[in-house]
Design a protein around this ligand. Structure first.
Ligand SMILES: [Ca+2]
Length: 314
């Protein structure tokens, strides 16, 4: 059972990583006063919820007539069953959307199954929601309301914590919570980027300086703490590639003294040390990380015109 769960989680994470949709992936929809994105790759309710969250959106629910109509249109683009962001995980039989709307206040009807653990809602036919086990794998729709904090035009993302760096032409976001390497890459990917790929020494120093102790103010942060970056020994044979599939030889590859040493025989993920050099480290040890994003790849259409956004460089 445990192994099955672990495999399920690993598969879920990997399948989510593959969701690197064409850009832009969020389309302005005036009817719902915001942006909509259909995820056709199936996920559990929890992964769907988290994917939308990392994208800067919410798992969509039919909380009003326009959203119900949009969700119905999107449902018809799938095999016919999608998650909606409404569940009773906090309070049994009290179904409520992520935004806090009671299911009784939505323009839909709901049919309750009698099986235990049916805490999540699906749409399987027009105007009709149905309870379901939350571990099913289903497509889903993410929604971002236009009133949510202003979008980041310079970096082409919803997330204002991405900062444009003119010296490299990339945008970066230093995450202040530690994650396993795969999860870190999933988060960067959901944000429209990737775990930072260091192309040269200048970029290594920029990333290193971003994580200076004074800049971070993270509890229990130590001066020697490394940062996950987007390189990995996928095949565990000492052949390092970037998350974009390039050989490490073609980018910055100044290893720290004695590295890569594959300590304990299990160091397959890349990190940047405080001295700006590389180290191989444990993928499963939660570590701070930096996401990088191409500012030319705006992930949403313009809030006013609905057209793709041109990058707004300084
Ligand atoms: Ca090492």
């Amino acid at each position: 059972m445990f192994v099955k769960i672990i495999f399920g989680i690993a598969f879920g994470v990997l399948s989510l990583i593959l969701i690197i949709a064409g850009m832009p992936d969020y389309y302005q929809d005036d009817n719902v006063v915001g942006w909509i994105k259909l995820h056709k790759t199936p996920a559990t309710f929890k992964d769907a919820y988290m994917t939308c969250y990392y994208e800067g959106a919410v798992l969509a629910s039919p909380i009003n007539d326009p959203l119900a109509a949009t969700l119905e249109r999107k449902r018809n683009m799938t095999d016919g069953v999608i998650w909606i962001g409404t569940h009773s995980l906090f309070s049994e039989n009290d179904f409520i959307s992520i935004e806090g709307v009671q299911v009784n206040d939505m323009p839909i009807s709901i049919s309750y199954e009698t099986e235990p653990n049916e805490n999540c809602l699906i749409m399987a036919s027009a105007g009709q929601a149905q309870t379901s086990n939350c571990t099913r794998l289903l497509p889903f729709v993410c929604y971002r309301h236009r009133r949510d904090e202003p979008v980041n035009f310079k970096c082409g993302t919803f997330d204002n914590r991405y900062k444009y760096e003119p010296r490299t032409g990339s945008c970066y976001k230093l995450h202040h919570e530690r994650q396993e390497w795969l999860r870190a890459q999933l988060i960067c990917s959901s944000e429209g980027g990737y775990l930072a790929v260091v192309n040269d020494e200048e970029e290594a120093m920029i990333l290193r300086n971003m994580s200076s102790r004074r800049a971070l103010k993270i509890s229990k942060y130590t001066d020697w703490e490394p940062l996950f970056i987007g390189i990995r020994d996928w095949d565990r044979k000492g052949i390092w590639t970037t998350v974009q599939g390039d050989s490490l030889d073609s980018v910055y590859h100044a290893w720290g003294w004695g590295q890569p040493d594959n300590l304990g025989g299990r160091q397959y993920c890349g990190s940047l040390l405080k001295n700006g050099l590389l180290d191989d480290t444990w993928c499963h040890v939660k570590t701070l990380f930096i996401c990088e994003k191409d500012p030319c790849k705006a992930r949403f259409t313009h809030p006013s015109t609905g057209n793709p956004i041109e990058p707004d460089f300084p």
